[in-house]
Design a protein around this ligand. Structure first.
Ligand code: PFF
Length: 453
C-alpha cells in the first residue's frame, strides 16, 4: 500500500485542478451543440435540474468519500468495505478508455492549432477535415491508411500527460492547472466577447435562446442533460474521488463542490454564448440558415470554426490560434486527470512507484489510442463514446449513489463533511443520493436499453 500520499499545495490548487478536469472538450465543443439541438433555452430547465439533483449531490459524495478514505476510487471503496473494491476499478478503467479517444481529439486540435497559422484547411474545410485530414474510410472495418499527422498530435498529448503526472500531484497537476486554467478562462472571455459582438451574432443568440418548450417533455432531452452533467463534471470516472483524496484534513468540502460545479457550468455557458455568436455571424455572412451551421456535431470545431476564421480575414488567424489553444489547454487539464485517476488506483493497489506506474499507463493508453489515428478512427470513436456515455457513466453513477445511499449510509459522509464545511448540507442531500439520483439514473439506463432495440 502506498505511504506518504501526495497532497495539493493549497485548496485553490485543488479547485483549479478539479475545475481543470471538468472544463474540457465537453464544454467548448459538445455543450453548445447539445444546448441548441435539445430545445435551445428550454434545455436549461433539464440541465439545471440535472445539476441540482445529480451533479452537485454526487460531487459532494465523491469529494466526501475521497477525502474521508484518502485513497483512489478502488482503495476508498475497499476501505469502506473490502467487498466493494472491484467496483472502484470500473470508473478508473472507464476514464482510461475515454482518455484513449479524448487524446486523439486533442491530437486533432494540436494539428488544427498549427493549421490556423496559415489556415491550411483551404476553401473547403469540410472536405479537408473528413478527406485529407481524417482520411475517413468507408466503414468501421476498413482501417484505411495510418494518419501520421494525427499520430504526431496524439504523441504530443501523451507526452504531456506522462510528464505532468510523472511529476506528481502538487509538482505536476497543480502547477499545470495554475497556469493553464486562468489562461484558458482569459482566452475564452476574449473569444466570447468577440463572438457576441460580431455582425449577425444576434441571429445566433436568438436561435440559441428561443426556447422550444415542446422538447422539455422529450425523455431524450432529459437523458442528454444528465449525460452532459456527468461528462462535463467528470463524475463517475474516479477523478473527483482521487483528487479529493489529496486534500489536507481540514478542507471545506461542500463549498469546494459547489464552486467546482458552478465554475464548470459558468464556463460552459460562456462558451455557448461565444459559439452561437460566431455561428450567427457565419450564417448571416453566408446567407444560410443557422440550423445548417449549428447541427455539425464533431464538425463544429473542425469544420464550421475554420470556415469562420477564414471569413474573419486577418483577425481570423489570431482567433483561430486562440480557439485551438483554448481547446488544447481545456483538454489537457482534463486528460491528465484521467491518467491520474487510473494511475493512482494502480499505485494504491500495488504500492509501486508513481513514475513507473504513470509511464506504463501512458505507454498502454498511447498504444491503444493509435487505432484512432487510422481511417476508421472516427467510427470507432463514435461507438466507444456511445457506450461510455449511455452505459458506463450511468451504471457507475447509479452504483455509487446506491452503495452510499443504501449500504454505506449517507449520514456517514454528511457527518464527515459538515464539521469541516462552513455551510452544512442537510437531509435533502441524503434524499437526493438515496432516491432521486438512483431513480433518474435507473430510468436513463432503461431508456437507453430500449433505444438500442
Ligand atoms: N469533463 C471533461 C470534459 O467536459 O471535457 C471530460 C472528462 C474529464 C471525462 C475527466 C472524464 C474524465 F475522467
Amino acid at each position: 500500500m502506498a505511504q506518504n500520499r501526495d497532497q495539493w499545495g493549497s485548496k485553490l490548487g485543488f479547485i483549479l485542478a478539479a475545475v481543470g478536469s471538468a472544463v474540457g472538450l465537453g464544454n467548448i465543443w459538445r455543450y453548445p451543440y447539445l444546448l441548441y439541438s435539445s430545445g435551445g433555452g428550454a434545455f436549461l430547465v433539464p440541465y439545471f435540474f440535472a445539476l441540482l439533483t445529480a451533479g452537485i449531490p454526487l460531487m459532494i459524495l465523491e469529494y466526501g468519500f475521497g477525502h474521508k478514505f484518502k485513497g483512489s476510487t478502488p482503495m476508498s471503496l475497499a476501505r469502506a468495505n473490502k467487498k466493494w473494491e472491484w467496483l472502484g476499478w470500473w470508473p478508473s478503467l472507464n476514464s482510461l478508455v475515454i482518455l484513449t479517444y479524448y487524446s486523439a481529439i486533442l491530437g486533432w486540435a494540436i494539428n488544427y492549432l498549427v493549421f490556423s497559422f496559415t489556415q491550411s484547411w483551404g476553401a473547403d474545410p469540410n472536405a479537408f477535415f473528413f478527406g485529407e485530414f481524417l482520411n475517413l474510410s468507408d466503414s468501421v472495418f476498413n482501417f484505411g491508411g495510418f494518419r501520421p499527422a494525427i499520430f504526431a498530435g496524439m504523441s504530443v498529448i501523451w507526452l504531456c500527460n506522462w510528464f505532468i503526472c510523472y511529476r506528481g500531484v502538487s509538482g505536476g497537476i497543480e502547477k499545470l492547472n495554475r497556469v493553464l486554467l486562468p489562461t484558458l478562462i482569459g482566452i475564452m472571455v476574449v473569444i466570447t466577447l468577440r463572438g457576441v459582438t460580431l455582425p449577425g451574432a444576434a441571429v445566433g443568440l436568438n436561435k440559441l435562446f428561443t426556447p422550444d418548450w415542446s422538447r422539455v417533455l422529450d425523455p431524450k432531452v432529459w437523458i442528454a442533460a444528465y449525460g452532459q452533467i456527468f461528462f462535463s463534471l467528470s463524475l463517475a470516472m474516479g477523478v473527483m474521488i482521487t483528487y479529493s483524496s489529496y486534500l489536507p484534513e481540514k478542507t471545506d468540502i461542500n463549498n469546494s463542490a459547489f464552486m467546482t460545479a458552478f465554475a464548470n457550468c459558468g464556463f460552459e455557458f460562456m462558451a455557448a454564448l461565444g459559439v452561437f455568436g460566431i455561428l450567427g455571424f457565419m450564417a448571416t455572412s453566408q446567407g444560410v440558415a443557422i440550423e445548417e451551421v449549428a447541427k455539425q456535431g464533431v464538425g463544429l470545431a473542425f469544420v464550421v470554426f475554420p470556415k469562420v476564421f477564414t471569413l474573419m480575414g486577418p483577425l481570423g488567424k489570431i482567433f483561430g490560434i486562440l480557439f485551438f489553444v483554448c481547446l488544447v489547454f481545456a483538454g489537457l487539464t482534463s486528460s491528465v486527470s484521467m491518467v491520474e485517476a487510473f494511475s493512482s488506483a494502480v499505485i494504491d493497489k500495488t504500492g509501486a512507484n508513481r513514475k513507473k506506474v504513470v509511464t506504463v499507463t501512458a505507454i498502454c493508453g498511447y498504444l491503444v489510442g493509435t487505432v484512432f489515428a487510422t481511417g476508421s478512427g472516427l467510427y470507432i470513436l463514435d461507438i466507444v463514446d456511445h457506450f461510455i456515455n449511455s452505459y458506463g457513466i450511468v451504471v457507475i453513477g447509479l452504483a455509487e449513489a446506491a452503495i452510499v445511499g443504501w449500504l454505506f449510509g449517507t449520514h456517514k459522509i454528511r457527518e464527515h463533511v459538515n464539521p469541516i464545511s462552513i455551510y452544512p448540507i442537510g437531509k435533502w442531500w441524503d434524499r437526493m443520493i438515496k432516491y432521486v439520483t438512483p431513480a433518474i439514473l435507473a430510468y436513463m439506463l432503461v431508456q437507453n436499453l430500449i433505444a438500442e432495440i
